[in-house]
Design a protein. Structure first.
Length: 118
């Protein structure tokens, strides 16, 4: 389901990541306490997977919070620059060095365009 230009799965994933970081938990620690694979939790946090209500409940058990707290998503919020950097880093993981350098050059070029618009 799209909310504005974003999917609700992205908002839920960002909320999970926010709550996990507040508790100073690694993805691995939360995945272990939620009885799921860390890679799957990572996909949920990035909004790549839309978890079932059972999975959300497991995550809440791992975070030691009620489901209502997890689903308290503020509509209209935008990702922070820190979240954007996190998404960029995750997107680059597993890419060979030469490709990563090319992507970095593209990002630098786009960044310069935005800086010059202001």
């Amino acid at each position: 389901m799209d909310v504005g230009n974003r999917k609700i799965s992205y908002d839920v994933g960002a909320r999970i990541r926010e709550l996990r970081r507040e508790r100073r938990m690694s993805q691995e620690a939360l995945a272990f306490s939620s009885d799921m694979h860390p890679a799957y939790l990572g996909k949920i946090e990035r909004g790549e997977k839309c978890p079932t209500i059972d999975t959300l409940y497991k995550i809440c058990v791992g975070l030691k919070i009620p489901l209502s707290e997890l689903l308290d998503i503020k509509q209209g919020t935008r990702p922070t620059s820190k979240e954007a950097m996190y998404r960029i880093e995750n997107a680059l993981s597993g890419i060979d060095e030469a490709s990563a350098v090319k992507i970095a050059e593209i990002v630098e070029s786009v960044s310069e365009i935005y800086k010059n618009k202001i």
